[in-house]
Ligand binder design. Sequence first.
Ligand code: NAD
Ligand code: MLT
Length: 311
Amino acid sequence: MYKVIVTDAISETGLHALLSNSNFEVDQATGLAPADLIEKIKDYDALIVRSQTQVTREVIQAADHLKVIARAGVGVDNIDIDAATEKGVIVINAPAGNTIAATEHTMAMMLSLARNIPQAYGSLTAGRWDRKLYKGVELYQKTLGVVGMGRIGTEVAKRAKGFEMNILGYDPFLTEDRAKKMGIIKASLDEIAAQADFITVHTPLTAETRGLIDADYLAKTKKGVRLINCARGGIIDEQALVDAVNSGHVAGAAIDVFEHEPPENTGLTQNPSIIVTPHLGASTAEAQEKVAQSVSEEIVGIFETGSVQHA
Ligand code: NAD
Ligand code: MLT
């Protein structure tokens, strides 16, 4: 019998492969304090998380039986990969299950930002009728810079083309040929700064991408640019963004992910020009079922046949 612990909210339907297999016992324990996870993890063979649980070196070192850490989602930046590798623990994720959800959330954020929808909703529900205050801008024929042309960046670019935006894509792996086939322009970060009306980031959070959009970069952007981050907190430097919005250089931002979650920077979360959502990019019924199903089936495969697909 293999013991699996699920420490973030995961779709129960998606866990079917594990729940219906008599070789596995599944315990769900969300909201554990770090010390409680360190204590509990000793008994388990597999751990399933989303982005909330911090799988630190201490957790991994305390895990005497652990063979698999599964991230029901894309980013594995909440897992100490070095510590897992040193202990021989396999880390898997579900790279494609929430691509559409995150893409559609990015489009929703871009449209909400362009048309001040959250602010106007707040105003009207507070009893005001502020039509002038919430005049927006169109996406049509605006330039969108997409930083990170992987799964989500690519899907965002496709949908933005439907709005007849001009798309500039930046990614170390984006070839001229692929850009041409997609009908977008391969650009450098500086070209995006100089030309884009909207900039959306879709890279992982790494040492290289932390602060990729910082005060120096923002100073190079067009006055009136709008930024979107539905990837990872920290890719856009939060304080630099707040300062650039407050100075009037950046017209607005739409942020789903934060350097600390829940966020600590009230300059960001209580700014009338910055719209925020609490890390909802992957939060659709469909995506949550797909990512849970993907990791569940892979865990069964690892323990029963030794096959690993998304390490
Ligand atoms: P992906 O791996 O398919 O794509 C990431 C792309 O970023 C790759 O093409 C890579 O080449 C590129 N990249 C890496 N470093 C770069 C750099 N320095 N400059 C430019 N490009 C760089 O990943 P994805 O599935 O598209 O996910 C993108 C991001 O969205 C990740 O950070 C992921 O964790 C996040 N995400 C967030 C949510 C959410 O709930 N908000 C949901 C899903 C994914
Ligand atoms: C991801 O990287 O997959 C997202 O952040 C979604 C999640 O938190 O589940």
